[in-house]
Design a protein around this ligand. Sequence first.
Ligand code: G4P
Length: 284
Amino acid sequence: MSIQWFPGHMAKAKREAKEKIKLIDVVMELVDARIPLSSRNPVIDEIAKGKPRLILLNKSDLADLAATEQWMSYFKKKNFAVLQIDAQKGTGVQKVPQVVTQLAEPLITKWKSKGMNPRAIRALILGIPNVGKSTIINRLANKRIAKIGDKPGVTKAQQWIKVGKEMELLDTPGILWPKFEDEAVGYRLALTGAIKETIFDFQDTTVFLLKYLREAYPERLKDRYQLDEIPEDIVELYDVIGRKRGCLMAGGQIDYDRVAELLFREFRSGTLGNISLEYPPKLS
Ligand code: G4P
């Protein structure tokens, strides 16, 4: 799981990622399909500069398909190669080697023009903690690779894993830190599991969730908690859900901690259905 990132950790992670990138031809950037912008590292463009890049929208099994489709066009319009995948079940992962090889085509042409024999295309997975890096490496490798700790500097001997005939994958991912600057980004990261549960406030996070659901998925809220209408006032909404679900203290008062925990668990477990926590900004 995630660590708390300090400037020293970040500098080290960045240095390590840059070292790894020197060895590779194509960067695969893994993001969470439910929060594709919030789960991107803030300096990824600098780190991956000059390398062809494939964005992988992972955990797409938990995201809202309509939102994921919008994200696919968003990234395509920005000239990124992009795939939606579910690394856990393997859906979409089989397309990865083909797209990586396509992205390396200019390089292969260059090698050939210099009279060199093309070698396997070398790729690397980069992403923030818990986004699914180990899972996709295992999928692509078709075997279980030991999970390394989410701490920059926890290194082991690196190896290349053969993926099909034309691609090699570095068996250790580049671990990057998440964004911190924006409160909403923090809530999205907390809700999707990129930030440790001990370091965020359940109530604030679920107030954010409820406000978002009220805007983006009102019908889901109504269905799940059997609400005829959604109260305007967020405390009232908490109260109604608390009463419906029996989150009460002695004396019949609402136990807000329990309501918050219930909402958080129900979102995390997918009980509220496939939900995306952010939609692409409109491109001009
Ligand atoms: P990391 O190396 O980037 O840190 O992530 P890792 O592969 O360990 O994956 C983190 C969690 O996300 C794992 O769950 C993993 O099974 C899950 N995961 C990865 N890809 C997908 C996906 O496409 N869909 C879904 N639904 N889950 C995925 P875990 O071990 O149970 O951890 P946690 O969820 O309890 O934190």
